[in-house]
Design a protein. Structure first.
Lengths: 116, 598
């Protein structure tokens, strides 16, 4: 989920190009409304978005789905420590900084998905 | 003031102490003088009475008296009177039966005929010596002529050894005369007075002659004494009448004080009475003058000291007041500068926070278009390398993907140029190149450019009706172009298809006003106050810096820029002013961009 359409679309293209099945939403509320628990293995949320931001979206999705792994993506100067201060229960340590190089993205996604 | 008061008080005490010492000393002198006078006077009195007694003794032994020779005795009595005439007024002779034989006054025939042979047997001057056979002093006796007298008598005893009583030789002393005599023996300078009182309290002599002969303890005198003086005075008199020697008591009555010195007068075993000298305390005129002048000086000194102290206190208070004012002024200045420093610090902090926020947002804005370019390029690279044989493959890219790259690349270019311009504005390193040009022409050029590049694919009517006369302005043509372009592009961005943008430019009194009116969505009330700040507005195509840069440019030209929602409720109007061309081409009136704090 990323309000920047070109970013969402380009990342969806990149992941699909590497055999993932990807749904993209440019609006957090739309993503929340069409969410079904168990449908996804991994979600990537942009942190700063108008309306519901990435951290709020994380809290709401967590209430619906305890299992899904969630990564964050941001173009802002934010660190993992700052993120864990906002979300104390967030322990996955998966924070991407834009622009993300494809190799890093793919490696991290593979690592997160293989972790139990 | 306290120190001055202490010094004044000490000075006053010292002066009083001195005065007291002087008074004490004077009192001592007065007392000593009184004692000396009393003793001198008593000696004189005793000598006088002794002389008198000796006269009477000699008269009693004389042949004419022994032989009852009245004529001869008269001569002797006259001689006796002559020798003590300053003290006595008469000598006389009384026979063994108390009959008056002869008196000095008997030299007058008439007196002799009247008094000769008169009976004096009831008188103490007769009965006293008759019984005691010794010298006798009578009490006060008012004589026939009403003059109080004291009678001294000596017995006439027979010379044949039988000591047969044959009569008495008497001398009378006129008491006022005695008193005057005693007084005359005192120095005329002394204020002291002399009195004489018999052993049984009869006043023999007093300055006030009406008191002579009165009993001191009698009602007449006691009732006259003031109550508070009566007791101490009576005690002193009691003591004087009992004592046999010299004595002195002090008294104090109202404002008056002094001493009473007394000594009993005894001649040949006969008590005459007690002599009193009353000496009032008080200081001699000169000493008093010295004391007075010293007191005056002390009072003057104290007053002067008080004056100086008060003047000093006033000076100190005034100086204090001045100091307080100076301190208050300085404190005020310090508080002002503190306040200014704090405000400057606060502004620095705000500026610092804004700078950090700008960097953060700028970083976000710059990174955002990079992501699609990077991702799309990486996909292309993957496609290119992903061949079974390891050969490079020709990469095909959809128009959609290609446009995504182009769109983001242009955005990146636009952003980096705007951010660079903001950096130049904020470091005040952007200079204006001022020249004169026709504003109408420039606006038309902007509109042409926008129409060429396309109005974001929307069908929007851009209308500009230039005035007939050119509008010459002195400004940086590139910058003004940028402002007009920003405002029109902004209008295009928020105006829906089939909307209309109307541009006007007109000369007013001292300025040129350019307005861009659109039929778009208008400006959010929330956005309005920060409309011209960095990243206040965000759109997909805009950088969020255009209005900020526009304001910096307009204000550096000495103009204003503002925005308002249209009164008909549709769209907004952005306006800015520029200075018209002036006759004298004053370029220096235009400040560098960013010199005005934004």
């Amino acid at each position: 989920v990323d309000d920047q359409r070109d970013i969402g679309l380009s990342l969806k293209r990149l992941l699909e190009r590497n055999s993932f099945s990807v749904d993209y939403y440019s609006d957090a509320l739309a993503a929340l409304h069409s969410y079904h628990a168990g449908s996804y293995d991994l979600a990537i949320f942009d942190i700063r978005m108008p309306g519901i931001d990435g951290t709020e979206l994380y809290r709401r999705i967590r209430q619906l789905d305890k299992k899904i792994k969630i990564c964050f993506i941001t173009a802002y100067e934010i660190t993992v420590e700052e993120l864990s201060r906002i979300l104390p229960d967030y322990i996955l340590n998966c924070l991407f900084k834009k622009p993300i190089h494809s190799k890093i993205l793919l490696a991290k996604v593979a690592e997160v998905l293989s972790a139990t | 003031v306290v120190v001055a008061a202490a010094i004044a008080f000490a000075s006053y005490l010292y002066s009083s102490y001195n005065s007291d010492l002087l008074n004490q000393d004077a009192t001592k002198v007065i007392d000593r003088t009184a004692r000396i006078q009393t003793q001198d006077l008593s000696k004189i009195l005793e000598n006088k009475i002794s002389d008198l007694r000796n006269n009477l003794f000699l008269i009693s032994k004389s042949n004419p008296v022994q032989q009852q020779d009245v004529e001869g005795a008269g001569t002797i009595l006259a001689n006796g009177q002559e020798s003590t005439k300053d003290f006595t007024d008469s000598y006389f002779w009384v026979d063994k039966d108390g009959k008056l034989l002869w008196a000095n006054s008997f030299s007058d025939e008439a007196v002799y005929r009247q008094y000769a042979g008169a009976d004096r047997s009831d008188r103490t001057y007769y009965s006293g010596p008759k019984e005691s056979h010794s010298f006798h002093v009578s009490n006060v006796i008012a004589s026939v002529d009403d003059v109080p007298r004291l009678y001294f008598s000596y017995p006439i005893l027979s010379e044949d050894g039988s000591d047969t009583f044959k009569g008495v030789a008497v001398a009378s002393a006129n008491l006022p005369g005695v008193g005057e005599y005693l007084k005359s023996q005192l120095s005329s300078e002394t204020p002291n007075s002399v009195s004489l009182m018999s052993k049984d309290g009869i006043i023999l002599y007093s300055q006030n002659v009406t008191l002579i002969g009165l009993d001191y303890y009698g009602k007449e005198i006691q009732s006259r004494l003031p109550e508070d003086l009566k007791q101490p005075l009576n005690a002193a008199i009691d003591k004087s009448l009992q004592n046999s020697g010299l004595g002195q008591v002090s008294y104090s009555y109202q404002e008056n004080s002094g001493s009473i010195t007394y000594v009993p007068i005894i001649v040949d075993g006969a008590s005459v009475g007690v002599l009193y000298i009353v000496a009032p305390y008080g200081i001699s005129g000169e000493a008093q003058q010295v004391l007075d002048s010293q007191r005056n000086f002390t009072i003057f000194f104290i007053a002067a000291l008080a004056g100086v102290a008060i003047a000093a206190a006033i000076a100190v208070l005034k100086w204090n007041e001045r100091l307080r004012k100076v301190v208050a002024k300085r404190t005020g200045e310090l508080q002002d500068s503190n306040f200014n420093l704090n405000r400057a610090l606060e502004q620095l902090k705000i500026h610092d926070r804004m700078q950090k926020e700008f960097i953060n947002v700028a970083a976000h804005e710059l990174r955002t278009p990079v992501q699609p370019i990077l991702s799309m390029a990486e996909i292309a690279e993957m496609d290119n390398k992903n061949s079974e044989a390891g050969l490079e493959k020709e990469v095909k890219m959809s128009r959609e993907d290609f446009e995504m790259i182009l769109r983001n690349a242009r955005r990146l270019e636009h952003l980096s140029s705007d951010i660079l311009e903001v950096a130049r504005i904020e470091s005040q390193s952007l200079q204006l190149r001022v020249e004169t040009f026709d504003l109408n022409e420039k606006i038309q050029a902007v509109i042409r450019d926008i129409k060429t590049l396309g109005s974001e694919g929307k069908d929007i009517d851009i209308v500009f009706n230039p005035t007939n006369d050119p509008i010459p302005v002195n400004a940086d043509v590139t910058k003004v172009f940028e402002v007009v372009s920003n405002l029109i592009r902004n209008a295009v961005k928020f105006t829906p298809a089939n909307g209309r943008i109307t541009i006007t430019a007109k000369k007013a009194e001292n300025e040129v006003i350019v307005s861009v009116n659109d039929t778009g969505s208008g400006i959010d009330a929330e956005i309005m106050p920060k409309l011209f700040t960095k990243f206040a507005t965000k759109s997909f195509t805009g950088t969020g810096l255009g209005l900020y840069i526009s304001r910096a440019i307009v204000e550096s030209h000495g103009g204003k820029i503002w925005a308002e929602n249209n009164s008909d409720g549709r769209g907004a109007t952005f306006s800015f002013t520029l200075k018209p061309q002036k006759n004298d081409n004053k370029a220096e009136e235009i400040a560098p961009i960013g010199s005005k704090k934004i």
